[in-house]
Design a protein around this ligand. Structure first.
Ligand SMILES: Cc1cc2nc3c(=O)[nH]c(=O)nc-3n(C[C@H](O)[C@H](O)[C@H](O)COP(=O)(O)OP(=O)(O)OC[C@H]3O[C@@H](n4cnc5c(N)ncnc54)[C@H](O)[C@@H]3O)c2cc1C
Length: 461
C-alpha cells in the first residue's frame, strides 16, 4: 500500500510538473550595506539633537539636561524604528540574513529604546523643572496637561514598557506566544502616538523644514517597509494564489501533513528548506500566524507542511477541513541550497525537524553528494521516511537511521564519525530539538566541519 506522502508526490507527478520558479538567492553584501545605513541614520539622529541649540540655551538653567533628554529621545526613537525595519519582512533581507538572525538583532537592540526614551522623559522634565523653578512632578503634570500630544506620548511609553517587560526572558517563558504577540502589536500604536509630539514641539524641527523632512523620511521608510512587506505583499500574493486546505493526513504518531492547493503555485519562488507563516481562516485560528517549513517543494497545484501537534495551533491543524482558506506570508529562511559551499552535504534531522530537510534534499543540485542521517525513538517516528529513502536512492546518496531511546542510542562525535566519517569539506544542515542541534554542531566541528558550513534551523525564535 502506498503511504499518503507517496500519494502526494505521485499525484503531483501524474499531473506533469510545470516548470517551478526556483527560490531567490541571497543578495550579497546585505549585512555590510545595512550596517552602513544604520550608522548613517544614527549619526543623523545624534546631529539632529544638537540642531537649533545655542551655547546660551545649553548653558541656561537645566540646559544640559534638556540637551541630554533630546539626544536620548532621538536616539531611542531611531533605534525603535530600526527594530521595526528589522522585522518588517523585507524579502531581500529575509533571504540574505534569515528571520532568526533578524529577530536576534531586534531583541539585542530591544532594551535600548526603552532605557533611552525613559531617560528622555526624565531629563527633559528635570531640565524644564530647573528652568521654571518648579518640582519635577509639577513639571511633569504641566507637560501632560498643557503640551500638545504629550499625554499620547506618555501612553506610548507605557505601551513600550509593557512590550519590554513581556519580552524579558522570565516573563516571556510564562506567556502564551499569542499574548506576547498581541502586546507587541501595540508597539505600532505606541509609535503612532509618539510621532506627533516630536514634530510639533521638538526645537530641532520648529522652523527647520530640512531637519523636519529628514526625520519624517526615516519614519516614512519604516512605515512603508511595514505597509509594503507585512501587509501589501502578502495580500497581493494571497489574492494571486488563493490557497485552500486540500487534505490533512497522518504521517507518524502525533505528526500530520496539511496539503494545500492553490493557483499558479509554480510561480511562487521558494527554495527547499524555507518556511512560511501560516494563517488558517477558521473561527479559532484566523487571528494568529505560525511558522511551518515546507516538507516538499511545491508541486503545482499543491504545497505541503508537516506538523507535530505541540500546542493549540499545531493540534488544531489536524482538524482543518478541506476547503478552509489559507493565508501565507513568505517564503522566509536561509536554510537552503544557497548556503552551500562544497560538493558534499550531510543532512541531519530529528523528529519533525526532518521536514525542511526533506524539501531541501529535493532542491539540492544533482552534482552534490548527499548523506542523510535521521534520528528517532522508534522506526514509525521517522517522518516521510520512504520519500527520503527514494530521494536519496535517486541521487545515489547514503541514508542512515539512528533508532532507539536517547539512553540506548546516543549521537556523539564517535558515533557520527562511525556513520559519516570526516566532515572536512562538507556542508552540514541540521534541524531538530535545540539540544540535538547543539550536539550535532559540536560533533560536526570536532570532525572538521567549518563553522560557516554548519547550517542550523531552529523551530523557535
Ligand atoms: C522557522 C520555523 C519553522 C518551523 N517549522 C515547523 C514545521 O515544519 N513543523 C512543525 O511541526 N513545527 C515547525 N515549527 C514550530 C512551530 O511553529 C511551533 O511548534 C508552533 O508554532 C507551536 O504553536 P502552538 O500554538 O501549537 O504551540 P504553543 O504551545 O503556543 O507553542 C509551542 C512553542 O512554539 C513557540 N511558538 C508558538 N508560536 C510561534 C510562532 N508563531 N512563531 C515562533 N514560535 C512560536 C512557542 O514559543 C513555544 O516554544 C517551526 C518554527 C519555526 C520558527
Amino acid at each position: 500500500m502506498t503511504s499518503p506522502s507517496r500519494r502526494f508526490a505521485a499525484r503531483a507527478e501524474a499531473r506533469g510538473r510545470p516548470r517551478r520558479r526556483p527560490g531567490h538567492a541571497p543578495v550579497a553584501g546585505v549585512v555590510r550595506t545595512l550596517s552602513v545605513l544604520a550608522r548613517v541614520g544614527l549619526g543623523v539622529a545624534v546631529i539632529l539633537a544638537f540642531w537649533g541649540e545655542s551655547i546660551s540655551s545649553v548653558e541656561s538653567r537645566g540646559g544640559w539636561f534638556t540637551l541630554g533628554g533630546r539626544l536620548a529621545g532621538l536616539v531611542g526613537t531611531y533605534l525603535m524604528l530600526v527594530m521595526v525595519i528589522l522585522v518588517s519582512r523585507i524579502p531581500w533581507l529575509e533571504r540574505s540574513v534569515g528571520q532568526d538572525q533578524l529577530v536576534r538583532w531586534h531583541r539585542k537592540i530591544g532594551g535600548w529604546p526603552i532605557g533611552l526614551i525613559g531617560l528622555h522623559v526624565l531629563l527633559i522634565t528635570w531640565g524644564y523643572a530647573q528652568l521654571t523653578s518648579v518640582s519635577i512632578l509639577r513639571q511633569f503634570w504641566t507637560f501632560i496637561l498643557h503640551y500638545p500630544d504629550i499625554l499620547e506620548s506618555a501612553l506610548a511609553l507605557a505601551l513600550l514598557v509593557m512590550a519590554g517587560v513581556s519580552s524579558a526572558r522570565i516573563v516571556r517563558r510564562r506567556l502564551k506566544y499569542e499574548t506576547w504577540w498581541i502586546v507587541h502589536l501595540y508597539m505600532y500604536l505606541a509609535l503612532g502616538l509618539a510621532f506627533f509630539h516630536q514634530i510639533k514641539i521638538g526645537v530641532m524641527f520648529l522652523g527647520h523644514p530640512v531637519t523636519r523632512a529628514l526625520w519624517i523620511s526615516i519614519w516614512v521608510v519604516a512605515a512603508l517597509s511595514v505597509a509594503s512587506f507585512r501587509i501589501a505583499l502578502p495580500v497581493v500574493r494571497n489574492l494571486r494564489h488563493q490557497l485552500r486546505v486540500s487534505s490533512v493526513r497522518d504521517e507518524a504518531p502525533g505528526v500530520y501533513s496539511v496539503v494545500v492547493t492553490g493557483r499558479q503555485i509554480n510561480q511562487l519562488a521558494v527554495s527547499g528548506g524555507q518556511f512560511f507563516q501560516w494563517r488558517f481562516m477558521t473561527r479559532e485560528l484566523w487571528w494568529h500566524a505560525h511558522p511551518y517549513s515546507l516538507s516538499a517543494l511545491p508541486q503545482a497545484p499543491y504545497m505541503r507542511v508537516t506538523v507535530k501537534g505541540l500546542g493549540d495551533h499545531s493540534y488544531a491543524m489536524k482538524h482543518l477541513k478541506p476547503g478552509t482558506r489559507v493565508i501565507v506570508e513568505g517564503p522566509y529562511g536561509t536554510f537552503t541550497r544557497h548556503s552551500l559551499s562544497s560538493k558534499r552535504v550531510l543532512l541531519v534531522g530529528a523528529g519533525v525537524g526532518v521536514t525542511p530537510l526533506r524539501a531541501l534534499l529535493e532542491d539540492l543540485p544533482l552534482s552534490v553528494q548527499v548523506t542523510v542521517l535521521v534520528r528517532a525513538s522508534v522506526p514509525d517516528d521517522v517522518v516521510h521516511r520512504q520519500e527520503i529513502v527514494d530521494l536519496v536512492a535517486k541521487r545515489h546518496g547514503n541514508f542512515h537511521e539512528l533508532i532507539g531511546s536517547r539512553d540506548q542510542v546516543r549521537l556523539s562525535t564517535k558515533s557520527l564519525h562511525g556513520l559519516v566519517g570526516d566532515l572536512r569539506d562538507v556542508d552540514v544542515y541540521v534541524c531538530g530539538p535545540d539540544s540535538f542541534t547543539e550536539m550535532v554542531d559540536t560533533a560536526a566541528r570536532q570532525l572538521g566541519a567549518r563553522p560557516e558550513r554548519i547550517h542550523r534551523e531552529t523551530f523557535s525564535f
